[in-house]
Design a binder for this molecule. Structure first.
Ligand SMILES: Cc1cc2nc3c(=O)[nH]c(=O)nc-3n(C[C@H](O)[C@H](O)[C@H](O)COP(=O)(O)O)c2cc1C
Length: 195
């Protein structure tokens, strides 16, 4: 197979980023200090980063709203304010909700109301979790780095809830580990015919 050079200054770089995004799609929940706004954001860039201690990273756009920045995310300001968030892992039956959440701003629409998702009380963070997601991880931010137009939050899981059918006979159920029952960035790019 011969190789060609992919121009790093072309619009293909956006597609390259999508192609490099192999993790599952997650829904991150957050709230403000007064608990008057509950944010939800769709994320493809959320992954574990350490076993010992167990840590995860979430890369969230931190562009300015006033400049019309493509990387503006209201949830960035919520997480930056409270230093905590919930990770909620959806299954494909939540595709429509994932798109609504990933294409609107939490300060403009109540994403729980808009999608019909159910807020679930968390034990160790202020933000609600999402009942319909099979895995809910309460996280506290331990560090953060500006990488460019995104900020990477490093966070420690402090409490985890899973659907009671996740573990069957001591093993994680095929219902959740099967790739056909997971969502990845490419599924959305294909759905939008944007490759
Ligand atoms: C499939 C998909 C994956 C996304 N992944 C990310 C991501 O990893 N990081 C990010 O900052 N935004 C990501 N977004 C964009 C945000 O979800 C989107 O800008 C959202 O409207 C921000 O909501 P907020 O303003 O309430 O924070 C993704 C959107 C979709 C549809």
């Amino acid at each position: 197979m011969s190789k060609i050079n992919l121009d790093l200054n072309s619009p293909n770089v956006l597609k390259l980023a999508w192609l490099l995004s192999n993790g599952q799609i997650m829904l991150l929940t957050s709230t403000n200090k007064e608990k008057t706004i509950n944010g939800i954001i769709t994320l493809g860039w959320c992954n574990p980063t350490s076993f010992e201690p167990f840590l995860v990273i979430a890369s969230i756009g931190s562009g300015g709203k006033e400049t019309g920045d493509r990387a503006y995310r209201y949830c960035y300001s919520l997480i930056n304010e409270t230093k905590e968030f919930g990770i909620n892992v959806p299954t494909p039956d939540l595709t429509e909700a994932i798109v609504k959440i990933g294409t609107s701003h939490s300060n403009e629409v109540d994403k729980f109301k808009e999608t019909g998702l159910t807020p679930l009380h968390a034990g160790k963070i202020s933000a609600p979790l999402i009942e319909e997601c099979f895995l809910n991880v309460e996280c506290k931010v331990t560090d953060q780095f500006i990488t460019g137009d995104h900020t990477v939050f490093v966070a420690e899981p402090v409490q985890v809830f899973v659907n009671d059918d996740l573990i069957v006979d001591g093993r994680f159920s095929d219902k959740y580990v099967n790739k056909n029952n997971q969502l990845h960035m490419g599924d959305f790019v294909s759905m939008w015919n944007a490759w």
